[in-house]
Ligand binder design. Structure first.
Ligand code: TEU
Ligand code: CA
Length: 559
C-alpha cells in the first residue's frame, strides 16, 4: 500500500544531549557520549534518534538559542563528531533527525549582532524591530518565559520581539533573504546525511503584522498574543516554500512542534501539491488534561475522559488523512511516570501501562530518554539548583506576590528540569553519567532506578519497553489499524480496539491505582482473543468480565 511509510513504522527515541552521557568528564553530556551509548539505543529496538539542538549556542535556553547553525556547541564536540555519529547511527540501521530552531536565533548570532548595530543595518530587518508606544513596548504581549515579549534597545531606540527569552530574538520570516538563509542551512545538514527535522515551534513563524494587543488574563500583567502569532496568515506559504526549496528533494521525516495547531491544520499542512510537508505534528491538547489550558503552572487532577476525547478526535480525524506523533513527555514536560502514572508504590506498573499506550496508538511513538527506565520528577530544595530559564523566571516573577514554598510546589510538579536531570546509567558515582559534577544535579533515586539494574531484572520497565516495541513491530495492526474507543463512559479505564484487515486488537489500560471490574460490550468475545502483552502475569478475566489491578494494562489479539 502506497501510504505505508518508514516514518510511520518507526519508533523515535529523543535524546537531550546535555543530560545523556558525558564522554570527557566535564559534567556535560556530549556527542561522543551518544556514540558510546549507541548499542544501548539500538538494543531498545528504536529506529530513529531525535537529537535536541546541538548547534553553537550560549545556552540561555540549552541550545534553543542558536548562534551558528553550521557549528556545534563547544561543550558537545566538533562537527566531525556529528559526522561520525550520523555514520554510526546509519551503520546500525537507524536514522537520525535534528531539531530545527528557526523561529528565533540567539542574540549572539552574528545576524542579530549586525541587526542591532543601527536602524539602517543591512541585517536590521532579519528581526522584528518596532518603535515603542510612548514609553511602553509596541504592544502588551507577554513572553512565553515571563515578562514582556519586547526588549528595548537603547542604542537604536527601538524594541525587538522575543516570544521566548530576551536572548532569543524572533526572526523576521517576511523577508525572503532570511528564509533563503534558513533553507540553505537545512540543505547543508541534509546533505550531511541527516534524515529529517523536528521543527521547533514551527507554527509561530508568521505573525499578524498589525501586532494587536492580546487579552490580559486574570492576575496577569501581560497580554496573550498567541492568536496573533500562532498559525499566522503566511504560515502555509512559508512551509510550502520550505517544501519546494528543501524538503521535497529528500526522503526524510518531518515533525512539527505546533502548540495550538488543531486537527484541521495538521491535515492541511501534511501535504503540499501531493508532496509530504509536515509528516506529523506534536499537538499539545493532551498536555492540558491535568493542568489549566492557558497556564501550565495551574494543576488539576487528570481528566481521563478528556484524554479519551482528545485521542478519539485526533485518531479518527487523521485516519487515512494524515498521521500523528504520539508522546506523553519530552524535555519540556514533567516525567511521564510522575505525571500520568505513579512514582511511588506502582511506579513499575504505571510506567509499563504508559509504555503500552505510547506503543499501541495510531501515529509514530516518541520515547524520551530515561522514561524507558521509569525516571521520575525531582525536587531540588533550592531554586539555585534549577537550571531551566523558564523555571527560574517563573520563580522570580511569582515570588513577588506569593509565598516561596507555594511557588516551589508548582516547580516540583511542572518544571522542565524534571526531565532534564542526567540519565541514570548505574548506581556508581553520578549515576555513571560523568566522573565530574554534572551541570544539573542528579535525581537522588539513581541507586534504585538505573539502566544497569534494569537490564538485569527480567520484569523491569526497560525490558517491558523492549518487548512492547517488538510487539508493535510484529503487529502492523498496531501501527496502521483503525482506532475505536470502547467503554467510553468509564472514567478510569482507557480501552480501545485497533482493526486492520483481519487483525483485531483490544487494548485495556487502567489509568489509576484502584482495583476494579469492567464488563466488555456484547460485540467483543474475549474467549476469541489472546493476551500478547501485559504488565501483570496473573490477569483475571472470563467471558465478559475483566478484573483490573492497579495500572494494569492488557493487549489482546483476536486469534
Ligand atoms: O518549546 C515550545 C513550547 O511551546 C513549550 O513547550 C515551551 O517550551 C514551554 O514548555 C512553555 O511553557 C520549544 C522547545 O521544545 C523548548 O525547549 C524551547 O525552550 C522553546 O521551543 C523555544 O525554542
Ligand atoms: Ca562532556
Amino acid at each position: 500500500m502506497s501510504n505505508q511509510k518508514w516514518w510511520k513504522e518507526a519508533v523515535v527515541y529523543q535524546i537531550y544531549p546535555r543530560s545523556f552521557y558525558d564522554s570527557n568528564n566535564d559534567g556535560i553530556g556530549d556527542i561522543n557520549g551518544i556514540i558510546k551509548k549507541i548499542d544501548y539505543i539500538k538494543d531498545l529496538g528504536v529506529d530513529v534518534i531525535w537529537l535536541c539542538p546541538i548547534y553553537k549556542s550560549p545556552n540561555a535556553d540549552n541550545g534553543y538559542d542558536i548562534s551558528d547553525y553550521k557549528n556545534v556547541m563547544d561543550e558537545f564536540g566538533e562537527i566531525e563528531d556529528v559526522d561520525k555519529l550520523i555514520k554510526e547511527v546509519h551503520n546500525k540501521g537507524m536514522k537520525i533527525i535534528l531539531d530545527l530552531v528557526v523561529n528565533h536565533t540567539s542574540d549572539e548570532h552574528n545576524w542579530f549582532e549586525k541587526s542591532k548595530q543601527s536602524t539602517d543595518s543591512a541585517f536590521r530587518d532579519y528581526y522584528i524591530w518596532k518603535d515603542g508606544n510612548g514609553d511602553l513596548p509596541p504592544n502588551n504581549w507577554g513572553s512565553i518565559f515571563g515578562g514582556s515579549a519586547w526588549k528595548y534597545d537603547q542604542k537604536t531606540n527601538q524594541y525587538y520581539l522575543h516570544l521566548f527569552d530576551v536572548k532569543q530574538p524572533d526572526l523576521n520570516w517576511e523577508k525572503s533573504k532570511v528564509r533563503n538563509k534558513i533553507y540553505e542551512n537545512m540543505r547543508w545538514w541534509l546533505d550531511k546525511g541527516i534524515d529529517g527535522f523536528r521543527m521547533d515551534v514551527i507554527n509561530m513563524l508568521s505573525k499578524d503584522l498589525n501586532f494587536p494587543d492580546g487579552k490580559i488574563m486574570r492576575n496577569e500583567k501581560y497580554g496573550d498574543g498567541s492568536q496573533y502569532f500562532l498559525n499566522g496568515p503566511k504560515l502555509y506559504d512559508y512551509l510550502s516554500e520550505m517544501g519546494e526549496e528543501v524538503l521535497f528533494d529528500y526522503d526524510i521525516m518531518t515533525v512539527g512542534e505546533t502548540p495550538g495547531f488543531g486537527l484541521v491544520n495538521a491535515i492541511k499542512f501534511s501535504k503540499h501539491k501531493g508532496n509530504d510537508l509536515l509528516n506529523m505534528v506534536f499537538h499539545f491538547e493532551h498536555m492540558s488534561v491535568d493542568r489549566d489550558n492557558k497556564n501550565k503552572w495551574v494543576n488539576k487532577e487528570i481528566d481521563l475522559k478528556l484524554l479519551k476525547d482528545i485521542y478519539e478526535k485526533w485518531n479518527k480525524g487523521l485516519y487515512k488523512k494524515g498521521w500523528n506523533a504520539i508522546y506523553l513527555g519530552n524535555h519540556d514536560q514533567p516525567r511521564i511516570v510522575s505525571r500520568f502514572g505513579s512514582d511511588k508504590q506502582y511506579r513499575k506498573e504505571s510506567a509499563k501501562m504508559l509504555a503500552t499506550l505510547l506503543l499501541t496508538m495510531p501515529g509514530t511513538p516518541y520515547l524520551y530518554q530515561g522514561d524507558e527506565i521509569g525516571m521520575t520528577n525531582v525536587k531540588f530544595d533550592d531554586i539555585g539548583k534549577y537550571r531551566d530559564v523558564e523555571t527560574i523566571n517563573h520563580y522570580r516573577v511569582k515570588t513577588k506576590s506569593r509565598p516561596k514554598d507555594k511557588v516551589m510546589q508548582q516547580i516540583y510538579r511542572t518544571s522542565r528540569d524534571n526531565a532534564r536531570t542526567p540519565m541514570q546509567w548505574n548506581k556508581n558515582v553520578n549515576a555513571g553519567f560523568s566522573q565530574s559534577t554534572p551541570w544539573i544535579n542528579l535525581n537522588p533515586n539513581y541507586k534504585e532506578i538505573n539502566v544497569e539494574s534494569s537490564l538485569k531484572e527480567s520484569d523491569s520497565i526497560l525490558n517491558y519497553y523492549k518487548k512492547m516495541i517488538k510487539t508493535r513491530k510484529n503487529n502492523k495492526g498496531l501501527i496502521y489499524g483503525k482506532f475505536d474507543t470502547v467503554l467510553y463512559e468509564n472514567k478510569s479505564v482507557f480501552a480501545y480496539i485497533r482493526t486492520y484487515e483481519k487483525q483485531k486488537y483490544l487494548i485495556i489500560l487502567n489509568f489509576f491505582e484502584n482495583y476494579l471490574q469492567i464488563k466488555l460490550p456484547d460485540n467483543i468475545k474475549i474467549d476469541e482473543y489472546n493476551i500478547i502483552i501485559s504488565n501483570y502475569t496473573n490477569n483475571e478475566y472470563n467471558n465478559k468480565n475483566i478484573a483490573l489491578k492497579p495500572y494494569e494494562s492488557l493487549v489482546f489479539k483476536l486469534s
